[in-house]
Design a protein around this ligand. Structure first.
Ligand SMILES: *Cc1c(COP(=O)(O)O)cnc(C)c1O
Length: 378
């Protein structure tokens, strides 16, 4: 049996090696390492795939979130609402720009932003909401957009874990996650569902003015060469990464299906284990299973992890410490510190556990993992 890994980017590469190698060689031959044809082609292809008017590639997903917030002209002290139960990048950039992060709770079923908690957190200072499509399924975007509209607040979708996910509105129309809010941000970190062989990220929007501003900010605030109109940064997707992503984008839907079938296999296999709560999918969304994250109920999680580790089955905790309890936010005001009451988040962090899920898992590995998990409960 092949060694079981949380992600297996190597085996995925080998399956498309000829195409990927050829596209990398094309960049090498062109010597257009920065802003080459591959970057433009990829931005265009991704825009078509997502049905987004504008795609602005950048250096990574964290930069994408930062550039989005810079483009909205948010000022120090403005409040930005994010779930506490997310990867730190979502909230870190808020603090980096001297904006005030306001943490809200997540829904106990989907693990995405909770609407009641969101409504309660809005104040006259709230300028943006950053829903996270956590683990690969959409936050309740239709409701979030309605709340945002009512209060005149921007919405930046953190789509780093859910590229390819479809959201269905109550009237039946569908959109890709990342294209519903004012701005969508994503990451092409190697382990993400659309992963490069290094860092990468992108922004999406249908707003021309925002698109122009974000491309300027990502390029030193430059409007014309050597004319810098706003303070920006240097955040580029390089041509080699774009060339690789271009090849992988054509496989993205097939990759999502592979992840979905792994998830279904686990969920079916664990149906009779009462101590495992398998992931549930919101009615309005597909799930592209960036992670397969279950809750362990009344189980010693460390013992469970040790049991799997002894069988060389890796598993991970995403995330052990929620944002509002991270040391980096210890000096934030009362609304954001440890006195904050986020019961679902606080209940999830001690019991979540993510099993290996990726596009290259075979039947032998899957049955071995399932038997390994089951043997803990027997
Ligand atoms: C990975 C990730 C990011 C950051 O992306 P990088 O490319 O690593 O900077 C942001 N938000 C979420 C939810 C992520 O999973």
């Amino acid at each position: 049996m092949r060694k079981i890994q949380m992600v297996d980017t190597k085996t995925q590469y080998l399956a498309i090696k000829d195409q990927v190698d050829a596209s990398i060689h094309e960049v090498l031959d062109s010597a257009a390492y920065i802003n080459g044809k591959a970057v433009k082609d990829f931005a265009q292809n991704l825009g078509t795939y997502l049905a987004a008017e504008y795609v602005i590639p950048c250096a990574n997903g964290t930069d994408a979130l930062q550039i989005a917030m810079m483009a909205l002209d948010l000022q120090p002290g403005d409040e930005v609402i994010t779930p506490s139960f997310t990867y730190i990048a979502t909230t870190e950039v808020v603090a980096l720009l001297r904006l005030t992060p306001v943490f809200v709770d997540v829904d106990p079923v989907t693990y995405c932003m909770d609407l009641e908690s969101l409504k309660k957190a809005i104040t006259p200072k709230t300028k943006a909401i950053v829903p996270v499509h956590l683990y690969g399924q959409a936050a309740p975007m239709e409701e979030i957009m309605a709340i945002a509209k009512e209060h005149n607040i921007y919405v930046i979708e953190d789509n780093a874990q859910a590229i390819g996910c479809d959201y269905t509105f109550s009237d039946g129309t569908k959109k890709k996650t990342g294209t519903i809010g004012h701005i969508g941000a994503t990451s092409f970190y190697p382990s993400k569902n659309l992963g490069a062989f290094g860092d990468g990220g992108a922004l999406f929007t249908n707003d021309k003015a925002l698109a122009n501003k974000m491309s300027m900010i990502a390029n030193h605030g430059q409007s014309e060469r050597y004319y810098h109109d706003v303070v920006g940064c240097n955040s580029r997707l390089d041509s080699i990464q774009a060339a690789i992503l271009n090849i992988k984008l054509a496989h993205l839907d097939e990759y999502s299906k592979a992840r979905q079938s792994v998830a279904k296999y686990y969920t079916d296999a664990f149906a009779s284990i009462t101590q495992i709560v398998t992931p549930a999918i919101g009615k309005y969304t597909t799930h592209v299973f960036h992670q397969y994250t279950m809750q362990l109920k009344g189980v010693d999680r460390d013992a469970f992890i040790a049991h799997l580790a002894a069988k060389e089955i890796p598993c991970m905790i995403y995330y052990p410490v929620p944002g509002h309890l991270q040391k980096m936010f210890a000096n934030q005001d009362n609304r954001n510190n440890k006195n904050l009451d986020l019961p679902v988040t606080n209940a999830l962090t001690p019991c979540v556990c993510s099993l290996p899920i990726h596009t290259e898992m075979d039947a032998e590995q899957l049955s071995y993992i399932v038997e390994g998990v089951k043997s803990f409960f027997n």
